[in-house]
Design a protein around this ligand. Structure first.
Ligand code: G4P
Length: 294
């Protein structure tokens, strides 16, 4: 697995040190303008989709963590992540960013998180000053989807109005909030090989540069330990089956054969990943709070 210093390609961006520096610089500039940082994580991999540098970049700002793609994750595990963040004093909620009505409801949570600021404004006699927010997250976590859902019908770039300074574009969301229309892009942290694999399984890294066999095997192993029933039903893989046996079973069940009748392991590996991403393996979370150290 390549690492951060060598650079790494994911679905949107090639992450080389230069790109990370400019992403960081852009975030540092924008963060000065905002009250609250809304951090978008993939609910299936809240650990791997998180860049811990955000703690430093967003210090002294109000924070909200969103476990996005909750429709793809295991509900029970998502709830345990929400408890995990709550214990750390961070407000966290699960969301399907494609769902406009759920996204609009987060306004209430944002007001709760920012209540100190609202109170401070009130004491100064300032009323209804909108809360300024920025969305941050690694590529593919759902930032653009969230912004589009949030903007909804009230989508209005304040910068387009006459007399408003050009430059930053803000999206109005009702009366109480303005969202910076450019999300802060965080770079994934690849130091841990497991992180790279989990990002790959969920599609956050470009498939062309991956060893599908390796990531597929890793998924099967994880599912044997955590969601074995699904594998048994779908591909006749049982608990404790080795990699070769498991792939042979998938190849047989899904009729992946080469010309001479040999199992086509590459196709079998691809099928497992496609099935995972299209939820044919059900709602699966790849990381649990108890698996990660402090
Ligand atoms: P980004 O800006 O952080 O890079 O992510 P983006 O919003 O582009 O979302 C990446 C992919 O994830 C998109 O799918 C998007 O539709 C999907 N997505 C975002 N939020 C959710 C969610 O809560 N649930 C589910 N199931 N999917 C979500 P795509 O296939 O890359 O694009 P498209 O075919 O949907 O246009």
């Amino acid at each position: 697995m390549a690492n951060e210093t060598k650079g790494y390609e994911n679905s949107n961006i090639n992450w080389y040190p230069g790109h990370m520096t400019s992403a960081r610089r852009m975030m540092e500039e924008n963060i000065k303008l905002i009250d609250i940082v809304i951090e978008i994580l993939d609910a299936r991999i809240p650990y791997s989709s998180r860049n811990p540098d955000i703690d430093n970049l967003a210090k002294n700002k109000f924070r909200l963590v969103i476990l996005n793609k909750k429709d793809m994750a295991d509900n029970k595990v998502t709830e345990s992540w929400i408890r995990y963040y709550k214990e750390k004093g961070i407000t966290c909620l699960a969301l399907d960013a494609r769902n406009r009505s759920s996204v609009s409801k987060i306004m209430t949570t944002v007001s709760e998180v920012c209540k100190e600021k609202i109170e401070r404004d009130r004491k100064k006699g300032i009323q209804n000053r909108p809360i300024k927010a920025m969305i941050v997250g690694i590529p593919n976590s759902g930032k653009s989807t969230f912004i589009n859902s949030f903007a909804g019908k009230t989508y209005a770039k304040t910068g387009n109005k006459p007399g408003v300074t050009r430059g930053k574009q803000w999206i109005r969301a009702g009366k109480g909030m303005e969202l910076l229309d450019t999300p802060g892009i965080l770079w994934p942290k690849f130091e841990d090989q497991k992180v790279g694999i989990n990002l790959a399984i969920t599609g956050a890294i470009n498939d062309n540069i991956l060893d599908m066999g390796e990531i597929s095997y890793s998924l099967i192993k994880y599912m044997q330990n955590n969601y074995c029933q699904v594998l048994t039903e779908r591909y006749k893989i049982s608990d404790g089956m080795g990699a070769d046996e498991a792939f042979s079973s998938i190849a047989e069940v899904r009729k992946c054969m080469k010309k001479g009748g040999e199992p086509d392991y590459d196709r079998a590996a691809r099928i497992v990943i496609d099935d995972f991403r299209s939820l044919k393996l059900g709602n699966v979370s790849l990381e649990r709070p108890e698996d990660i150290g402090e």
